[in-house]
Design a protein around this ligand. Sequence first.
Ligand code: GDP
Ligand code: MG
Length: 163
Amino acid sequence: NRAIVCIVGRPNVGKSTLFNKIVGKRIAITEDKPGVTRDRIYAEGEWLNRHFTVIDTGGLEPDNEDMIMSNIKRQAQIAIDTADVILFVVDGLEGLNTTDKEVGEILRKSGKEVILACNKIDTPKNPDEIYEFYELGFGEPMVISAEQGLGIGDLLDEIIEHF
Ligand code: GDP
Ligand code: MG
């Protein structure tokens, strides 16, 4: 069976950008009908001849503040139930917030393999801000820029180590 990688994180951290980068194409997320949320997007990924399934658990995310926490908890649970390795994405420009901490807590308690990726670091030199993410308890964050394509090779190396 093909290994499954689930991307989890709060809205706007760059999950879909990273997903598209990993699968090498743009997969459009569109809502078919009003009120219907397509909450998982699947595609095949490949790195160094290792094939795996990547799931963007975000899909279409609520913009309503009240819905964000319940939605992300559901996403985290989907990831815990289906993933071999969870890619937990945080926003290195915005920094750590309480939603990150709550999601991190759920993921940590699950005992699943989690790789923490600190996204939106668009420069080669790591800013001091990345150190606050150690607090989440997943060790050193992998620093990436999904948009610029920085750190993606190292991240994929780490992902396939977990299969
Ligand atoms: P999602 O809601 O977690 O799926 O996040 P998206 O992939 O939709 O990205 C949210 C916003 O962050 C978009 O405007 C992206 O262009 C931007 N973004 C994503 N990755 C990066 C990055 O590496 N650097 C910067 N500066 N912006 C990014
Ligand atoms: Mg998205």
